[in-house]
Design a protein around this ligand. Structure first.
Ligand SMILES: C[C@@](O)(CCOP(=O)(O)O)CC(=O)O
Ligand code: SF4
Length: 385
């Protein structure tokens, strides 16, 4: 891959070891994937934050870095709510390590909002056609598909490297030719809310890392697209999808030849019932509209089990009345973290979720049984004796 003289100088260590390592990582990826050069990015979203997932080695690696990010960069959820970690049941030792990780990122100039839905709090991180380097898989899918920005499936280290240099190698989803759909998914069912997560759960397993093109009977909202993309990225490796008539790049393409039909019965099969001891919402992090929906469903009720609603601190801060209204039911609104990346969910036996992504990840990453149900059914289970 071609490096400009300035990039070459960084590669040779002229700005120190941190930038040298960063550009080495970008150059290695560029060489592997056949990039011609590095291109400027507008923002970075950096995963690899929870002490549960990165451990001691990750903490040491980040703590050793010295420099400042070159573009707006924002952290993924951590392993705990930074304010209510005790209430979550997180240990002092974990909390200390987690705070160290967050502070180390902060020292590099990374914003510490700790969310997988940065697009719901900032408008200027990514727009149509912008190149970015994002690394949480649902955020990647949302950036590519719903916003029409361009990102590869970055890992934490490559997103941080891109943030430090302000550039990313030009390959994969940054190029027009790789953004065209390769499989048509026709859905013969009217979908609502968590049905999109159930659809994503099924389709991700079927298509792997292909680019699906959906023809749907119903028009999904932004939150429903968020759920669809998150689930496909978890059960498969989908980083980009198009929805005919809805997503910004769909109109550029004819429907692909290869075709899969999905029917209502298949969506219903993803759902089940049972007796959970934790009901968790907010994977990906809840939007204001989703919090309003939950507040309405919980209004005048008392939950009989642990209920977590995960969102970003920015949203919680901006809507204190809404949070109070929800918490009157006994449900907890947690920020900076989620049911998947926090060790606190591991003490439960069975989690009920309305998210196709969480349903896929919870058994593997938390060792907890998972039940997927609609948002309404989750609330019913929460208030049942
Ligand atoms: C659990 C997940 O949503 C984010 C966790 O990643 P990390 O702990 O931030 O590396 C994984 C992903 O899908 O990107
Ligand atoms: S597991 Fe879900 S809530 Fe947690 S970071 Fe990923 S998308 Fe967000």
């Amino acid at each position: 891959m071609y490096l400009t003289p300035e990039e070459e100088a960084i590669f040779n260590g002229e700005r120190g070891a941190t930038y040298q390592k960063a550009i080495e990582i970008l150059a290695a990826l560029g060489d592997i994937y056949g990039a011609d050069r590095l291109i400027p990015i507008k923002s970075a979203q950096i995963a690899g934050v929870s002490y549960k997932t990165i451990g001691e080695a990750g903490l040491e690696w980040i703590s050793d870095l010295k420099g400042k990010v070159a573009v707006p960069s924002i952290l993924n959820p951590a392993g705990m709510d930074r304010e209510c970690w005790k209430e979550m049941g997180v240990s002092q030792d974990f909390a200390d390590k987690q705070q160290k990780i967050i502070r180390a990122y902060e020292a590099l100039g990374v914003r510490t909002e700790c969310t997988c839905t940065p697009y719901s709090i900032f408008d200027n991180l990514a727009g149509l056609g912008d190149h970015v380097a994002w690394s949480e898989s649902s955020a990647i899918s949302y950036a590519n598909s719903v916003i029409g920005a361009r990102t590869n499936r970055e890992g934490g280290p490559s997103a941080l490297s891109a943030a430090l240099i302000g550039k990313t190698p030009n390959y994969g989803f940054h190029l027009d030719e790789n953004r065209k759909p390769d499989i048509l998914i026709r859905v013969d069912a009217a979908l609502h809310n968590s049905d999109y997560g159930a659809l994503g759960y099924i389709v991700g397993e079927m298509v792997g890392d292909k680019v699906p093109f959906f023809k749907l009977k119903s028009a999904p909202s932004k939150d429903e697209l968020k759920s669809l993309g998150a689930a496909m990225a978890a059960s498969g490796a989908v980083a980009l999808y198009h929805v005919s008539g809805i997503t910004p790049e769909a109109g550029k393409y004819d429907p692909p030849e290869e075709k899969i039909m999905i029917e209502q019965g298949q969506i219903k099969e993803v759902y089940s019932s049972g007796e959970p001891d934790l009901i968790a919402f907010g994977c990906p992090h809840s939007s204001v509209e989703e919090l309003v929906g939950l507040a309405r469903l919980l209004d005048g009720k008392k939950v009989k089990k642990d209920v977590w609603i995960c969102t970003s601190r920015a949203i919680k801060k901006k809507h204190p009345e809404l949070v109070k209204q929800i918490e009157r039911s006994g449900a907890k609104v947690f920020c900076d973290t989620c049911m998947v990346v926090s060790p606190a969910s591991e003490r439960f036996n069975c989690m009920m979720v309305n998210s196709g992504k969480a349903h896929k990840y919870v058994p593997n990453l938390c060792g907890v049984k998972s039940i997927m149900a609609t948002t309404e059914e989750c609330v019913k289970a929460a208030v049942r004796d």
